[in-house]
Design a protein around this ligand. Structure first.
Ligand SMILES: NC(=O)c1ccc[n+]([C@@H]2O[C@H](COP(=O)([O-])OP(=O)(O)OC[C@H]3O[C@@H](n4cnc5c(N)ncnc54)[C@H](O)[C@@H]3O)[C@@H](O)[C@H]2O)c1
Length: 442
């Protein structure tokens, strides 16, 4: 659904809004991080838009600009943050509650963080049962959509912004099957009018963003813009959408290791992944129906990478399980273990163990930043609908219905960089390499 016609992106706006749906650990860490980088208190490690170079032309050309110098992106100094949450307070309080960043750093950022106060959220507790929101919009789904759209317009006006994107960083909603109300825009709008409880709050946020022409990126496993009704709206209004579920810790490792096994034709008998996590996200995921949404995005990757239908002898009997346990003492510092049972020549078994002591929000924050900047870029390049070229950032990348998602992290990176080259009219890099061995060159 990405526009295949090439269009050079228009220049970036000097200032751009990032509206965060949900201002908890991840959202407050990205905002505090951008403020810290602006004040010279830290570096944006983990962010491709800020740190990565891109090779252009042949290896002998020595052209390796920074991505942010190659494609037009709003600089960090020009970013303005806002958003919604179902709890009040300001972002200093959100950071203090999340306990991701040190108090000594937060003190230095206090005035900037105190200025940002979440707007009341659109909330239905049936979708996030463990939370009891107190800072919420009144009325039904149509009222929420009207109010969210007004919030967007007010935020843009107040901050004098032409451009803005929405990133969903809110709690994971319970898993539910899609129904007729999600299939067409007409049915969806009727559902909003009738306050149909099958429309989740995240879908209302996505609808509101798309109606206002704002790109919408979904960092959670919840349904949002990835419903036929809202994809129809995205195409109709010419807006890019992306999702879903930030690819941060264990799944990032999985999408590096699994392609390695397949590349070397090593079999996998079992892959057991377990996590302990003590933040609010972990608490929400204790609800089996919220976990079900997460499990779906986490389990999907191996089948697509390993292709058991093509390699039944290697991957046909793979036992794959994913567990997450809420364990408060760890807070945001998650520990993820993987036990992988593999087999090689003549079926001899081997094992690999991974113990990743990671920090959830530290891994997710640069992804939020990159996604906001790249979705804005995509819109300025005339792209609309699903942005498959940004699969790199997602556990469960949205794609056109005709194709399966690409999960291999390095194929995703090649795809991302080639899309940037393509947008800017540079030659794509195929890694063929024969040009270095032409007659006369050897
Ligand atoms: N951190 C990671 O590595 C990572 C990776 C992939 C996905 N995610 C997803 O990102 C999301 C955020 O993670 P987090 O650690 O910041 O969680 P969090 O619980 O700290 O923050 C979520 C925030 O959303 C708010 N919220 C809930 N429902 C809302 C609604 N309807 N409207 C507005 N706000 C609402 C909550 O009050 C909370 O402040 C989760 O869904 C998580 O699964 C995180």
């Amino acid at each position: 659904m990405t526009a295949s016609k090439r269009q050079i992106p228009t220049p970036a706006a000097p200032r751009m809004g990032i509206l965060l749906q949900g201002m908890g650990a991840v959202a407050s860490t990205v905002v505090a991080g951008v403020l810290a980088v602006r004040q010279g208190l830290g570096q944006p490690f983990g962010s491709l838009t800020q740190l990565s170079h891109i090779r252009l032309g042949k290896r002998t050309d020595n052209r390796n600009p920074l991505i942010r110098d190659f494609v037009p992106l709003t600089p960090l100094d020009g970013l303005v943050f806002g958003g919604w949450d179902i709890f009040g307070g300001d972002l200093y309080e959100a950071c203090a509650h999340a306990k991701v960043l040190e108090a000594s750093l937060l003190e230095k950022l206090e005035s900037g963080l105190r200025e940002i106060r979440p707007m009341p959220g659109a909330f239905d507790q049936n979708y996030v049962r463990r939370l009891n929101g107190t800072h919420i919009k009144p009325g039904g789904r149509r009222d929420w959509a009207n109010a969210l759209r007004q919030d967007i317009r007010d935020f843009k006006k107040l901050n004098d912004l032409e451009r803005c994107v929405v990133v969903n960083c809110s709690s994971t909603e319970v898993y539910a099957e899609l129904l007729p109300v999600h299939q067409t825009l007409e049915a969806f709008e009727r559902g909003l009018d009738e306050n149909d409880s099958n429309i989740s709050p995240s879908m209302v946020y996505a609808y509101s963003a798309l109606m206002e022409g704002l790109p919408y990126a979904n960092g959670t496993p919840s349904w949002a813009a990835d419903t036929p009704a809202l994809l129809e709206l995205a195409l109709k209004n010419g807006v890019p959408v992306g999702g879903k579920d930030f690819k941060t810790g264990q799944t990032m490792v999985k999408t590096v290791l699994a392609p390695m096994f397949k590349a070397r034709m090593l079999g996998v008998a079992g892959w057991f992944s377990t996590n302990i996590l003590g933040n609010r996200d972990g608490e929400v995921l204790e609800d089996p129906d919220s976990f079900k949404a997460k499990e779906k995005t986490k389990l999907g990757v191996l089948d697509t990478i390993l292709q058991p239908e093509l390699y039944p002898e290697l991957y046909g009997n793979l036992y794959h399980a994913v567990r997450i346990n809420y364990y408060p003492p760890r807070g945001d510092s998650k520990e993820g273990w993987d036990n992988i049972d593999i087999f090689g020549w003549l079926g001899y078994p081997m094992q690999i163990k991974v113990d990743f002591l990671c920090r959830d929000s530290i891994l997710a924050a640069p992804i939020v930043l990159d996604l906001a900047l790249f979705h804005d870029l995509a819109q300025r390049a005339g792209r609309k609908g699903v942005q498959e070229w940004l699969s790199f950032y997602w556990k469960s990348p949205m794609t056109s219905p005709q194709v399966y998602p690409e999960h291999d992290l390095f194929i995703q990176l090649t795809k991302l960089k080639n899309n940037l080259r393509y947008m800017m009219g540079e030659e794509l890099i195929t890694h063929l390499g024969v040009e270095y061995y032409d007659e006369g060159n050897v």
